[in-house]
Design a protein around this ligand. Structure first.
Ligand code: PEP
Ligand code: MN
Length: 344
């Protein structure tokens, strides 16, 4: 059950609702939004009488959401959620994910050194990207592979933001590092291997910055949306979903990019959805076509591995496109976006 309070509801009336829920041995999860407060009720909600709650002061409505994920469900929030990125400037000038504009995030798989990230940032900005990607904490399949530069990498990303004005998206792997990564990043990325790391998800619920939640390589839509629900119900409503391919029997591509996820999730949830064709295919020759298909399918953003010298990338070189190719690709993306009533 979700209790939606009226706009401008008095604090004491919100408290009375929370007390009533708690007295019934249910767990109230208040989410204090910019416009209104909602209280999610966790537990066997049949105990609570809907009409009694609805009659309370400042309660707007009580919704019984049937889906197991509630706050992430479109049923509960029919309009698309638009996530505003970054801290500086007017809301009007800031990057928004989930609106008419399709936001391109581009950059290397990993931050390698200061010169590398700054030179790539400048080029992806010229191509039209709004957000710079780059991992400082790398969850590598082999323990002997490059694990990332850690905090030093985050500092280089911040320097690249300073230089170019691009916002930063970077991965956080360990719940103990959430506060550290939040200090430098504008969007916190959860990698495919961590989609069901519930202690990480709960910690991200305490963060103030948006979270880019990648789909687990084995996850169903329901499991993915339940992972988003962990973050939202822990206090952070700003979740962006990212389809990055799943494991199937096909071995030609690194993963199978599930583009049906885009329109399917648009039906199930109000959260924005971004597509990562780099990890989705593992092959740079396929990235452009999959980006165009993702735009046509209705995605809200793309995350593309791009490097000034892709062959020299310390990780994921085979799927990384050059920044020059990115510039060419972006021209075609604009045409597809226009054809489906969006812009880049
Ligand atoms: C990445 O974005 O570099 C990454 C490691 O992605 P994924 O978690 O999707 O494999
Ligand atoms: Mn990568």
């Amino acid at each position: 059950m979700i209790i939606v309070m009226k706009q401008g509801a008095k604090k004491e009336n919100i408290e009375l609702v929370i007390d009533l829920v708690a007295k019934n041995k249910l767990k109230p999860v208040p989410l204090y939004g910019t416009e209104r407060t909602v209280i999610a009720v966790i537990g066997d909600e049949r105990i609570l009488n809907k009409d009694t709650v609805e009659a309370m002061d400042d309660v707007d409505k009580v919704m019984e959401v049937l889906k197991p994920y509630k706050l992430a469900a479109r049923e509960y929030h029919p309009e698309n959620t638009i996530i505003i990125v970054g801290e500086d400037g007017n809301a009007a000038d800031r990057v928004k994910i989930g609106g008419k504009e399709i936001v391109v995030m581009a950059g290397p798989c990993a931050v390698e050194n200061k010169e590398q990230i700054i030179s790539i940032a400048k080029e992806v900005k010229k191509a039209g990207a709004k957000i710079l990607r780059g991992g400082a904490f790398k969850p590598r399949s082999a323990p002997y592979d490059f694990q990332g530069l850690g905090e030093q990498g985050l500092k280089y990303l911040a320097a690249a933001r300073e230089e170019t004005g691009l916002e930063i998206v970077t991965e956080v792997v360990d719940p103990r590092d959430v506060a550290l990564v939040e200090k430098y990043a504008d969007i916190l990325q959860v990698g495919t291997r961590n989609m069901q790391n519930y202690s990480l998800l709960k910690e991200l619920g305490k963060a103030k910055k948006p979270v880019l939640l990648k789909r687990g390589m084995w996850a169903t839509y329901k499991e993915w949306l339940l992972a988003a629900e962990y973050i939202i119900s822990s206090g952070n409503p700003n979740v962006i979903l990212c389809e990055r391919g799943i494991r199937t029997f096909e071995t030609h591509t690194r993963n199978t990019l599930d583009l049906a996820a885009v329109p399917a999730l648009k039906e199930l949830t109000h959260l924005p959805i971004v597509v990562d064709p780099s990890h989705g295919t593992g092959r740079r020759s396929l990235v452009s076509a999959m980006c165009k298909a993702a735009i046509a399918a209705g995605c809200d953003g793309l995350i593309i591995e791009s490097h000034t010298h892709p062959e020299k990338s310390v990780s994921d070189a085979e799927q990384t496109v050059s920044t020059e190719v990115l510039k060419q690709m972006m021209k075609e993306f604009k045409k597809v976006a226009e054809a489906v009533g969006r812009k880049i």
